[in-house]
Ligand binder design. Sequence first.
Ligand code: BTN
Length: 249
Amino acid sequence: MTSEFAGIAADFPDPFKLIIRESAASTNDEIRALADLGHSHGVVLIALRQTAGRGRRGATWFASPGDSLAFSILLRPDEPQALWPRLALATGLAVAEAVESFGPAAGIKWPNDVWFGNRKTAGILVEAANNCAIVGIGLNVNTPAFPPELQPIATSLHIETGHPVSRAEVLAAIVTRCAIRFPQIGADFNQMLDGVRQRCVLTGNHVTLKTISGNLDGLVEGIAPGGELLLRTRTGLKHIVHADEIRLA
Ligand code: BTN
């Protein structure tokens, strides 16, 4: 079967190239196997049907076949491994910029959920593997409507623009923005952070964070120069590197 994605890799910047799978349990796991076989920086693996998608914090990620995008990118960054966690922010920004090129302004829920209004349209799972990083992206593109229980929290490009959008073009737009943002985890990090700060939906809001050492309440003051979330709590300003869950109060 020829998929709608067959010709789109011609629009990818160097050195990104596309592998299409009819079906995969998780594209992150599938591309990790390719990494172990020595595949190079810039391989993008998309599954037309993802049957066991993984989200952050061990959650399941459901990608509705035909409507959504589920793909992973294999990276072998030149930058030191200590900087690779910044790829989470870089990817969130790249996805936000890409979807904005189809219409509505997008927000970023730190570190990297992409929102329209107060509803999520994309989730990102960055994992480190043997000498490489794997960036997994799940995006609701043409989902026409969500079941009632998801309507308050989930949205799609289709819902936001009012019309279906080419998934192949969305994929190419994301890869193109990733090619610009990924190298900025090094010297140009500050410039990249500006884009994240402009879109950060948490800034100025009271939130509850779930961390390994318990819940933390506070006011989000912004994003620090290192990419951490700045949380003003009763006991002072905290630099949050990682949170299991962030709820807007
Ligand atoms: C999250 O918001 O919890 C992250 C969701 C990440 C889902 C994507 S879909 C493609 C890639 N393969 C996976 O198994 N997960 C990521």
